[in-house]
Each structure stands twice: as C-alpha cells, then as structure tokens.
Write a protein of this length. Structure first.
Length: 318
C-alpha cells in the first residue's frame, strides 16, 4: 500500500511539473507577442529580414537581366509594339513590260506607296525588262504583293523577308537620350568654366558628343524609315526574255573543286591573253636581237689576246 501511495504521489508531482512547464511556455509566447513595443522589439526587427529571406524573397521583384549590350531581354511586348522591317522581291513575266510598269505604279500608289527606284531596258517589244523598287505601307504590303503577282502577268518567283528591330530601336533611343542629357550637362558646365583651358577642353568634348548624337539620330531616322515603309522590288520581263535563276553553290569537296577549276580556267585565259599581246612584239624584235648577238660574238673573236710576260729570273740567278 505504501508503494502504491508513493507511486500516486510521484505521478501527481510529475503532472504538476508538466502543467507548470506548459504554462510557462504559453506565458513566454504571450510576453514575446506583446513585447512588440518593448525591449524585445529590436530582436524581432532583426529577425524579420532573415524570415523574409527564407519565406518572402520569391515575392520581391527580381532585377531584369540584360543581354546584347545592355538591352532588356525579358520585356514583354505586344504585337503592336513590335518594330518589323518587311522586304520582298517579285519576278513577273508580262506581255507588255511598258504597260505592266504603269499598272504596277498605279497599284502601289493606290495603296499609299511610292516608287523609289526604276531601271528599264528596251531591247524589243518581247525582250524588254524593268526593275522597280517600291515603298509600301506595312499594312498594305501583303495585298500589294498579291496583286502584283496576279494582275501583271505570270509570276515566276517571289522572295520575302522580315527583320525584327524592336530591341535595336529601343537601344538606339536609349543611347540617344543619354547622349542628349550628357550634352546638356556639358553645355551647363561650359557656362561655369573659369579658365581658357577649361573652356577649350569642354568645347572639345561637346564637339565629340555632338558627332555621336548626330550618328545616333541618323540611325534612328533610318530605322524609322525602314519600319514605316516596306521595301518591295519588282522585276518585269518580256514574253521571251531569258530569266536566269541564281544557282546554289555546292558545299564541301565539290564546291572547292568547282571553285579551283574556275580559278584555273580564269588564270589560263589571262595567261593566254598576255601571251597573245606580247607575241607580235617578240616576233618583230627577233632580227634586232639576232643582230646584237652576232655583233657581240664578232667583237669577242677580233679582240687580241693579251700576251703573258715571261717569268723573271729567280733569286739564285741574281
């Protein structure tokens, strides 16, 4: 019985100790939570960055990665923000090249474009040819290309190409803005220059920056022009005009063999041409060369031999 009492008392004491420990932990939690404005505030503040690094770093905006000379590569652009250069070339066989040229100009003009270059060759009515370069609005480019290939005659070939210059234009605009700000700062600094040396140095730097600014402005203007109007090259040929398509050069051993054979043939033609040009001069100069050789040999035969002096007495004879 005594052992049972001791066991009950021991179990009661252990339970009391466990309850006291739990109460202390809950009290310490309450004190810690209520001490936000007390002495424990610095500890909580110092622990906040570590917690943020462990749990909330994924929510913070990451810096944008830059590629291609500082251009932002993860910028999301819509289709309307894209800056694309459209180029195309078309070859059409027409019954009458002159009439087809006028009709092509009307088609492009009605679409808001214009003619930028024209080259014509008039051999005969059936062998005429013309090369026209048009500038067409990008939204009318596909329509104009289809009409030229369908309305003017028989389409022989067509090539199209596009070039996205969105990031290039953004880079040029950014560099242009920085150059303008730098130039404004230099002009402000010029007003504060106190000596002639400082004035000359600032003016020299301003001249250099102005040249860079003009170059960037020219690039910006050229890109804007190419984006604003698509370039379409139209080649018109007559009914019997021969059209040679560009041949693809074979690669590898066959390409090298073909290039070497072409070089050998070209060298042989040049050597034969030079030899044909020199041969008449060589034939005309043969008598003169033979006369010079004959006179040289004749003078050598007539030239008297120089007698050798007899040997003098030796030292014993003296």
């Amino acid at each position: 019985m005594r052992r049972i009492r001791y066991g009950i008392a021991l179990a009661t004491a252990c339970s009391a100790l466990l309850l006291a420990g739990c109460g202390g932990d809950s009290r310490s939690d309450v004190l810690t939570s209520d001490a936000g404005s007390g002495a424990a505030a610095p500890a909580v503040a110092s622990a906040a960055p570590a917690e943020a690094q462990e749990q909330g770093i994924s929510k913070q905006p990451r810096p944008q990665r830059q590629d291609n000379g500082g251009l932002v590569s993860n910028v999301k652009l819509t289709q309307q923000d894209r800056q694309v250069i459209y180029t195309g070339s078309l070859t059409v066989r027409a019954k009458q090249v002159t009439a087809a040229v006028q009709q092509a100009k009307q088609i492009v003009t009605s679409a808001g474009g214009y003619l930028s270059k024209e080259e014509t060759s008039s051999a005969s009515d059936t062998e005429d040819s013309a090369m026209l370069e048009f500038k067409v609005p990008p939204d009318k480019y596909a329509e104009v290309l289809a009409r030229l290939g369908k309305d003017l005659g028989k389409q022989l070939s067509m090539n199209q190409g596009t070039q996205d210059v969105t990031m290039k234009m953004a880079d040029v605009n950014s560099r242009l803005k920085s150059a303008q700000q730098s130039l404004d700062s230099l002009r402000t600094l010029l007003k504060k220059a106190g000596t002639i040396g400082q004035v000359l140095e600032v003016e020299r730097e301003i001249s250099s920056r102005e040249a860079d600014l003009e170059s960037l402005q020219a690039q910006q203007k050229e890109l804007a022009t190419q984006v604003a109007m698509a370039t379409l090259t139209l080649r018109l040929v007559g009914p019997v005009t021969e059209v040679k398509d560009p041949e693809e050069e074979p690669a590898g051993f066959l390409g090298g063999l073909k290039a070497g054979w072409a070089a050998l043939v070209s060298f042989t033609k040049i050597a034969l041409t030079v030899l044909g040009a020199l041969l008449p001069w060589l034939i005309a100069s043969l008598p003169l060369i033979a006369l010079v050789i004959y006179l040289a040999r004749r003078n050598r035969v007539r030239r008297p031999a120089v007698p050798t002096p007899p040997p003098g007495p030796g030292p014993e004879a003296a």
